[in-house]
Ligand binder design. Structure first.
Ligand code: ZN
Length: 260
């Protein structure tokens, strides 16, 4: 089976639509989402609806949590964006109560982890599912942290949250997609790996194109390979939409232009 894995859409509808169009050309069987559907960007309502329509399931990210429940450990810019996102989701309550309630119920039902075919899916890390960052420097700066995370992984774990795509191996290396032959990582049976597909709506690896991955699994559901893909989209359109919303800091748009 071929599964498209998307993460960290962050209400960037223009990027999300471009990625869905690209996925449509890849002949995948399903799409799954690792969370942070909303927060930061200008189109939360449309992004929640598209995830609900197009994805087999989605996880809960820290920004989804921040909007649906309580923003915690957020800086001012992220907190303001979370409160604006909540107002935006509530705004339609008067005219479209059923639709609005369906959207909230969808957000409230999102899970913090999923296990399928021996693969563990979380937004952040297996230790703190929505909040811990496993960054490209973690294996080198904090090998003990990585070791304790790998102790919680049976085979393959798929994470988002850092907005940086790549593969962590349990010999404590990190591989960027560009380090891999044809941007693909082949899983050796019995090995452990943590895979991050990068971010659809706010990439942070200095490549501003939207990022996602395609996973191939065998008949038992075990992972065979992960391929990393990038998709160009009209970044300026999202920047302009952010600039048109007072509650969203213009830096949230500017960072998209160079993938910071
Ligand atoms: Zn995120």
């Amino acid at each position: 089976m071929r599964t498209a894995i998307i993460s960290d859409i962050h209400s960037n509808l223009t990027a999300f639509e471009a990625v869905l169009e690209d996925i449509g050309r890849q002949g995948v069987d399903r799409i799954i989402c690792l969370g942070d559907i909303i927060g930061y960007g200008p189109n939360p309502v449309q992004c929640v609806d598209l995830v609900e329509q197009r994805c087999a399931w989605s996880l809960l990210g820290n920004h989804d949590f921040g909007v649906a429940y309580e923003p915690s450990n957020f800086n001012k810019i992220a907190e303001d964006a979370a409160f604006w996102t909540r107002r935006e989701l509530e705004r339609h309550m008067v005219d479209h109560p059923e639709e609005t309630m369906r959207r909230w119920n969808f957000l409230h039902r999102l899970r913090v982890q999923v296990r399928e075919g021996g693969i563990l899916y979380v937004h952040g890390s297996p230790r703190r599912q929505i909040n811990e960052y496993i960054t490209p420097s973690s294996p080198y700066d904090d090998p003990r942290m990585m070791q304790s995370i790998f102790n919680l992984v049976d085979s393959v774990c798929v994470v988002g949250h850092t907005h940086v795509p790549g593969v962590f191996t349990n010999d404590l290396e990190f591989y960027k997609p560009g380090d891999l032959p044809e941007q693909a990582y082949v899983i050796t049976p019995g090995q452990k790996a943590i895979v991050n597909p990068g971010s659809v709506g706010q990439p942070r690896d200095l490549d501003p194109r939207a990022s996602y991955a395609i996973m191939e699994t065998d008949d038992t559901g075990a992972p065979k390979s992960f391929r990393f893909l990038r998709v160009e989209y009209d970044i300026q359109e999202t920047v302009d939409r952010i600039d048109g919303i007072t509650a969203l800091d213009s830096r949230l748009g500017r960072r998209l232009l160079d993938g910071q």
